[in-house]
Design a protein around this ligand. Sequence first.
Ligand SMILES: Cc1ncc(COP(=O)(O)O)c(C=O)c1O
Length: 429
Amino acid sequence: MRATTAATTEHLIRYGGEFTDLVIERADGSWLTAEDGRRILDFTSGQMCATLGHGHPAILDAMQEAAGRVVHLFSGFLSRDVIELARELMAVLPAPLARAIFLSTGGEANEAALRLAKLHTGGHEVLAFSGSWHGLTAGAGSSTYSAGRRGYGPGLPGTMALPAPTPYRCPIRHCRDRCDLACLDVGLALADAQSVGAPAAVIAEPILSVAGVVPLPDGYLARLKAACEDRGMLLILDEAQTGLGRVGTMFAFEHDGVVPDVLTLSKTLGGGLPLSATVTTDAIEADVAEKGFLHYTSHLSDPLPAAVGRAVLRTVLAEDLAARAAELGARLRAGLDELARRHEAIGEVRGRGLLLGVDIVADRDSRTPDAVHGTAVTARCLELGLNVNIVKFPGLGSVLRIAPPLTIAPEEIDLGLEILDRAFADVRG
Ligand SMILES: Cc1ncc(COP(=O)(O)O)c(C=O)c1O
């Protein structure tokens, strides 16, 4: 991957390493077009958000229509789109989830969730997975353990890590491939030992994404919820990437049969526009309202993103995109499994629906992550016209993260697989 020329980026802060040499001019469906005419198949749905694809007419119409009416308001005012989005969301969420607040980003939604949990419980201790990513705002960032901690001063007191249950590389070196939940018991015992008696919440992704696309092992979430109840903690599930159909069900937690006390939605809710939600129960909302819950941002309850959120939700339901994600996910999974048979560098393929991970290893026995190989494969993919993302953190693996739009055509999935196949062959050669 060539670095972008200094001439085009001299006034930009580098927020995540070097930029690529691409300047994207437009995006339609599953495709990006650069200024120099290069076409790139987008297997990451932008920053994992554009599950309807780029430029979906439902989103464009909603933006245009809302822009002609009202874009932004004083936070004390409500618009019909905010009221209706809350109602429509509750119609697809199980009881007792009943009330939402609408914000802009995933980090903000998790800040609100953590503040709700602290005010409700009176505690401040928060557990999160060692491979988590919940955003980089101060509260969410204190519970983000996969990256971004060093060099920015202390995290919040009371934040503690639970071992991320990653069966391919057991965090406590106890089992291999089949998690018996011992890592949860060990993690809770450590947290109990450190507790000063002020528990507030556990925040968790039902499929850890940045940790390498790791679905929680069967039975894990139910045991975690019981552990929360025992300790008087709220269970916050962060469905930034997994919510609204991507993993083959409307929400990932349906797979586990566990309803959280607080749910956060973000990336997929706005389909590419900044919209997030924190959802909780009537009882928790009533309690914190009584205690004077305060949470403001400039773009809280903004009408235009709410109109877009309604369009996203309507489209996911009308086109049954959760079922489509399950169906196309099976096709993608079969193709990736076939690649794993041919390319030794692929240690494991995992995930659900259209959120899949390809773990790149130096050798299949040791399962040592091979970030150099993985990075070379993604760079070659980009040269060949495919955007796949790599997540690589020490101890967690080096994993290609594949999450195309749920509207992608089957032939586009096949094309992406062909490009991946060629990239693996070229890098090995
Ligand atoms: C699971 C999860 N939660 C929260 C966030 C943070 O969202 P944002 O970057 O919109 O603040 C991310 C972003 O990658 C995420 O993957």
